[in-house]
Design a protein around this ligand. Structure first.
Ligand code: ADP
Length: 226
């Protein structure tokens, strides 16, 4: 309970305060100054961006609370992991392409899992999204889905900066970010991934070497083909 209280306090006092202050500041600019139509649009889009960031953060935080507290109410269904991942890669590939990052995939279409579809998508989105986010332009990301005995595996490999050893133990904590990371983020994505994977009775591991990227591997209990 104490840990949850501290996390809630951190969310409100650090994470929500800054974007709220920006929104208030931008609003004040609109009120006080005669801005050209172009400037108005720019300020409006900054407000929208900050509001969206807040929305995402609050949504992820509440989902984490529900999953961690055993209150999640989604229903699971038999899903073809390979098909699900391939569908997300089509969308995520577009964002990667914008930075000249290619995603190659090796997908076994006979991997089935019992899962909540939207949660499974968020695992893929976060892992592949991070690989894209932290990888240098022009690099390649590898995604693979395979079955190993009674486990369905999803692997995401990138050639980005990697994660230092002391960070490896902490990246699944809420709000943790590797110090000095160049890209911005809230530090909640991997906490959600871990919570979702645990909720489905699976596990997640990371291997990383500084300067040589990382591999995230999610293992979920496999079910027989439906
Ligand atoms: P964020 O919103 O900061 O990306 P995450 O919870 O998804 O939050 O990740 C936590 C931290 O782990 C990130 O801030 C980053 O420092 C590190 N990290 C996650 N994925 C990668 C990756 N593929 N390569 C390098 N660092 C990563």
């Amino acid at each position: 309970l104490e840990k949850r209280r501290q996390e809630m306090q951190r969310l409100v006092s650090h994470e929500l305060k800054t974007p709220l202050a920006s929104i208030a500041g931008f609003g004040e600019n609109l009120e006080r100054y005669e801005l050209s139509a172009d400037e108005q649009r720019r300020v409006a889009s900054l407000i929208r961006g900050e509001a969206r960031r807040l929305q995402e953060m609050v949504t992820v935080f509440l989902d984490l609370e529900q999953l961690g507290g055993g209150l999640w109410e989604g229903t699971t269904e038999a899903l073809n992991l390979g098909h699900r991942v391939a569908a997300r890669l089509e969308v995520l590939g577009a964002a990667a392409g914008a930075r000249q990052i290619t995603i190659t995939s090796s997908i076994d279409n006979d991997c089935w899992v019992q899962a909540v579809p939207t949660l499974l998508d968020r695992v893929v989105d976060n892992l592949v999204g991070n690989a894209v986010k932290y990888t240098h332009s022009g690099d390649n990301i590898e995604v693979d889905v395979c079955r190993s005995v009674d486990q369905a595996r999803l692997g995401v490999l990138d050639h980005g900066p990697g994660i230092p050893e002391d960070g490896l133990a902490r990246v699944f904590e809420r709000f943790y970010r590797v110090p000095g990371a160049e890209v911005t983020g809230a530090g909640l994505g991997l906490a959600l991934v871990k919570e979702v994977v645990d909720w489905h009775g699976g596990c997640i591991t990371i291997e990383s070497e500084i300067g040589n990227g990382c591999v995230f591997t999610v293992s979920l209990p496999a079910i027989e083909e439906v």
